[in-house]
Design a protein around this ligand. Structure first.
Ligand code: NOJ
Length: 532
């Protein structure tokens, strides 16, 4: 057991608990349903804490469970300081915090500062009070262009497709970088800042250990809201375009907001914040994790990398370079609730699964913080859902050209042979679960030493107990084409990956764990290995 700032004993200074933690992202709607309505909830999570402890993760990140009309499944918050009845209530939240801690894990929650729901009382007041009212100043209301104001105030587009402006009855327009039900807040308004502080303290006082900040590169908007370069396509679930500046995001004034958040967290020792930062350039990214801003930043370079040794190595090098000057640990993510699950990205079926196993060991060998997205430990693929089942606003907003993110949000299969596999007492879950998932349930995989779940459990246990994982730096070895090998400089663990079509010799060392069977003493294609 490593010493952390939470368990001080006499001796040299200790690292904060999150420095090399493995977080588990719980997509609350899809994890476990306790009340039989087909939607996951807080009591459902509590009933499965034993599983998460067995898996061996250090901390949870819960996606939004706040009061919301659910236009973007909770990322449209109507009251940031209450639990939506769909997910439980504050008492259920308090029980979950206490029990998570009793199981030896930390609990972190989402914070959505860029926008509110259109049902938030502030937005409703702004609509009621009309143009020029002080209530409108908390959002970005503007007159339209053209003689009758019928054109939007600028050319900005919404990340979910279509214009980023919606016109209200009195003729003014309001800005929403996401769905129209998610109006962007005006961060220069004192009320907006004060309310964020209140929200942070509200949950910190209830015992949370930290926050994941939604759209942490958003919030601040450039003065005058000038037109954007239409070639700039910073999106949250795809690629960014480093060649064109996207005026909608990553404006310098955003850093003041992160300093404000940090000041509050500093009053609660041991707490942390990680930002969702879709910013490609290393230097711009690094600014978010300066010592007086966020503790961690999600980068999505591994998500964007192909299953190819060079591509993965570049992603690793760039992620390490981005935080090198800051002292913040790197973070690693293969999947989340906004992107196609990596088993599918890597080719699907057996091939995709083999590659996902290989990448799990690469990710867990890297220095810093890992985020596991619920279900990746079961090797769940993305699901091709029928049109009628699609709920992501992207589907409607794109005029049915982009299917959106529902395919990676299908609920988890726990046990049994038929949907909903113990997810819910209800036969039907909020998204239909495939009839072939009986072989992917937690129950099945716990019994099978070769399962994806067993691989994750084993890897997490080794990561926690074995020597070898120390230090923040890597050393790359020479490797055959299509392969790489690195060594953790501080600890000595070696990780080798083969993405080529032929088996290759192993680096020297004793094998601790491999993602698949060895080819004699060679490393086969689509396989990775840990050695000491
Ligand atoms: C990023 C979240 O991860 C995504 O799910 C959400 O739709 C947008 N932010 C808007 O809040």
């Amino acid at each position: 057991m490593r010493r952390t700032a939470d368990s001080p004993e006499a001796g040299p200074p200790v690292s904060p608990w999150w420095q090399d933690a493995v977080f588990y992202q719980v997509y609350v709607r899809s994890f476990a349903d306790s009340d039989g309505d087909g939607v996951g909830d807080l009591e459902g999570i509590r009933s499965r804490l034993g599983y998460l402890e067995l898996l061996g993760v250090d901390a949870l990140w819960l996606t939004p469970f706040f009061r919301s009309p659910m236009a973007d499944h909770g990322y449209d918050v109507a009251d940031p300081r209450d639990v939506d009845p769909l997910f439980g209530d504050l008492a259920a939240f308090d029980r979950l915090v206490a029990d998570t801690h009793n199981h030896g894990m930390k609990i972190t929650i989402d914070l959505v500062p860029n926008h509110t729901s259109d049902q938030h009382p502030w937005f409703q007041e702004a609509l009621r009070t009309g143009p020029g009212s002080r209530e409108r100043e908390r959002y970005h209301f503007r007159d339209g262009l053209g003689p009758d104001g019928s054109a939007p105030p600028n050319n900005w587009t919404s990340v979910f497709g279509g214009p980023a402006w919606t016109r209200v009855r009195d003729g003014q327009w309001y800005l929403h970088l996401f769905a129209p039900q998610q109006p962007d807040l005006h961060w220069e308004h004192a009320d907006v800042r004060a309310d964020l502080v209140r929200t942070l303290r509200f949950w910190l006082d209830r015992g949370v250990d930290g926050f994941r900040i939604d759209v942490a590169h958003g919030m601040a908007k450039p003065p005058g809201l000038p037109d954007m370069d239409p070639r700039a396509v910073t999106v949250m679930a795809g690629s960014t375009s480093p060649d064109f500046v996207d005026l909608r995001f990553d404006n310098d004034e955003v850093h003041d907001i992160h300093r404000l958040i940090r000041k509050v967290l500093d009053d609660y020792p041991g707490t942390m914040a990680v930002g969702e930062i879709w910013v490609d350039e290393e230097e711009r990214f690094a600014a978010y994790v300066r010592p007086d801003e966020l503790h961690l930043g999600f980068n999505f370079k591994l998500v964007e990398a192909e299953f190819d040794a060079d591509s993965v190595r570049r992603a690793i090098d760039r992620s390490l370079a981005a935080v090198e000057s800051t002292g913040a640990p790197a973070t690693w993510t293969l999947s989340n609730h906004d992107v196609v699950r990596h088993v599918t990205r890597y080719g699907g079926g057996e091939l995709g699964t083999r590659r996902a196993r290989a990448m799990a060991l690469v990710e867990l060998a890297l220095p810093g913080v890992t985020y596991i997205y619920n279900g990746e430990e079961l090797g769940l693929p993305n699901v091709d859902l029928p049109d009628w089942a699609l709920q992501d606003p992207t589907w409607e907003r794109s005029g049915h050209t982009q299917r959106g993110r529902d395919g990676c949000r299908v609920p988890l299969p726990w046990e049994g042979e038929i949907p909903s596999y113990g997810f819910s007492r209800a036969g039907a879950a909020w998204l239909p679960m495939p009839p072939q998932w009986g072989s992917l349930t937690v129950e099945k995989q716990l019994e099978d030493p070769e399962s994806m779940l067993s691989l994750y459990r084993h890897a997490l246990e080794i990561r926690k107990t074995a020597q070898g994982f120390g230090g923040a730096e890597l050393e790359w070895y020479g490797a055959p084409p299509g392969c790489f090998a690195f060594r953790r400089k501080g600890g000595g663990l070696i990780c080798a990956l083969n993405t080529s079509a032929a088996s290759v010799p192993l680096p020297p060392g004793e094998i601790l764990l491999s993602s698949g069977p060895m080819d004699g003493n060679q490393l086969p294609p689509e396989t990775s290995v840990w050695l000491v």
